[in-house]
Design a protein around this ligand. Structure first.
Ligand SMILES: CC(=O)N[C@H]1[C@@H](OP(=O)(O)OP(=O)(O)OC[C@H]2O[C@@H](n3ccc(=O)[nH]c3=O)[C@H](O)[C@@H]2O)O[C@H](CO)[C@@H](O)[C@@H]1O
Ligand SMILES: C=C(OP(=O)(O)O)C(=O)O
Length: 443
């Protein structure tokens, strides 16, 4: 297990990386396999932590998960799905956000579900009130226990009318995974429409589901009694792709991201171009490069799709420290996603955080005491520092900053990066990054 990296910064990252299936789709596609009466095959599966966590949780429930040794494709056979021991499930408390999405499929398959406390990045409060309300609407009975949440559906799950207060990605997936096999029709208003959700819908359609995506965030699902397995290649990871783009810009480098898919990244590509980054968009992938000269400052507001995605924000901020003038980033999806900027300031950046909504639209966090707007003055040379990684994207940003900085950085907590960036150490080596690796025993 990777413990820390000693990074010698100041070298532009140059070369090629490949992105595979999206972190925000693959674990959910694995959960969807539970809904089928026959086995599924999922292709382009990355080696990341959430895949291991969901593999364990499915295995505990009697799903046979096989991995092709050549290409890593997963086969998921749910024909012997069964109840798992709470203590075994609880061993995964805090590991991932995915377990909440097992509820609907498990209620359909075995009539009960138990999920541990969720994990995921600490970038806000991240309540699950929408999820629980959705499940109750379908007829689930929810019991909060000291160690987790247990659900049953004594009268089965029935289609429902649901209106989400905010287009939550997870709550939309909760509706999809529950409604496809519920009795009757479901109408979801206020749905999220991220590309990963569209890919999940494509998977469910392959399984036999009837789902209609209308305009204005409305989705209709006609419940069917039976679904079969699927064979699907996961859409590529647009967050990893954008992260490498920001790394190229911040280090003055040139990275071809094989597999990056233009139509899933429009908002990022527009922003990248406005800053002054160079782009070559091809069928095989996207080349992101620093063309030389000054970068432009700009205003960015994160938002739900098709807006500028929140998970792109943290790596981009590092590139903005090298732009000429004052940039503003207004984070409207999570209330607490700027903690990582403290380390950047210690490295020489000039980033001030504000409670006000410094964007064109007031968001849910205005007037509520959350430091959710950042003012970045640049360009500021960065210098090496000791950094402990706080979360996945903040951590990747710290790696980029250390690679862009003059001098040495000692970066700890690096294992967290593996939640969303497969084989990132190999990829960094391939891009010419200079570092030494410290390993530690797995917990
Ligand atoms: C595994 C996965 O796919 N994670 C992604 C998913 O997270 P996740 O699905 O957890 O994010 P949501 O879209 O649900 O969260 C958006 C906002 O809604 C709020 N909310 C959500 C649910 C709820 O029950 N109550 C509530 O208030 C959250 O606190 C947050 O402020 O979408 C986010 C937004 O694109 C991404 O940053 C995450 O990378
Ligand atoms: C916030 C993220 O993920 P998760 O929802 O898994 O914590 C992320 O990928 O940046």
């Amino acid at each position: 297990m990777i413990g820390a990296l000693h990074i010698e910064g100041g070298e532009p990252l140059r070369g090629e990386v490949t992105v595979r299936g999206a972190k925000n789709l693959v674990p959910k596609a694995m959960v969807a396999a539970l809904l089928g009466a026959t086995p599924s095959v999922l292709r382009s599966v990355p080696e990341i932590k959430d895949v291991n966590v969901v593999t364990d949780l499915l295995s505990l429930h009697g799903v046979t998960v096989g991995k092709d040794p050549e290409n890593g494709d997963l086969s998921l056979d749910p024909t012997n799905v069964s109840v798992a021991r709470h203590a075994d499930i609880d061993a995964h408390a805090g590991d991932s956000r995915i377990p909440i999405l097992l509820c609907g499929p498990l209620l359909h398959a075995i009539g009960e579900a138990f999920i541990p406390d969720l994990g995921g990045c600490k970038i806000g409060d991240r309540p699950i009130d929408y999820h629980l309300e959705v499940l109750r609407n379908f007829g689930a009975e929810v019991n909060k226990l000291p160690s987790g949440i247990r659900m049953t559906a004594p009268k089965g799950l029935k289609g429902a009318k649901i209106d989400l207060p905010y287009p939550s990605v997870g709550a939309t997936e909760q509706v999809l995974l529950t409604a496809t096999r519920a009795e009757g029709n479901t109408e979801l208003r206020g749905a999220a429409t991220e590309p990963e959700i569209m890919d999940l819908i494509a998977i469910l359609q392959k399984m036999g589901a009837i789902i209609t995506v209308q305009t204005d965030r409305v989705i209709h699902i006609e419940g069917v009694p039976h679904l079969s397995g699927y064979n699907h290649r996961a859409l590529p990871d647009r967050i990893e792709a954008a992260s490498w783009g920001s790394a190229a810009l911040a280090t003055g480098g040139d990275i071809f991201v094989r597999g990056a898919h233009q139509s899933d990244m429009m908002a990022y590509l527009n922003t990248f171009r406005k800053i002054g980054g160079g782009l070559d968009i091809t069928d095989e992938g996207i080349r992101f490069y620093h063309p030389g000269g000054k970068l432009n400052s700009l205003i960015v507001e994160t938002n739900v799709h098709p807006g500028f995605m929140t998970d792109w924000q943290q790596p981009l901020v590092v590139a903005l420290t090298q732009a000429d003038g004052v940039s503003i980033v207004h984070e409207t999806v999570y209330e607490n996603r700027f903690g990582f900027t403290g380390a950047l300031n210690r490295m020489g950046a000039s980033i001030q955080l504000h409670r006000e909504c410094l964007g064109s639209v007031p968001c849910r966090f205005g007037q509520r005491n959350f430091l959710h707007s950042a003012v970045i003055s640049g360009p500021t040379p960065l210098h090496g520092s000791d950094i402990n990684i706080p979360d996945l994207r903040g951590g990747f940003s710290h790696l980029i900053a250390a690679l862009a900085a003059e001098g040495q950085s000692h970066v700890t907590g690096v294992e967290l990066i593996n939640r969303g960036y497969e084989r990132f150490v190999e990829k960094l080596e391939g891009l010419g990054a200079q570092f030494d690796l410290e390993t530690m025993a797995a917990k």
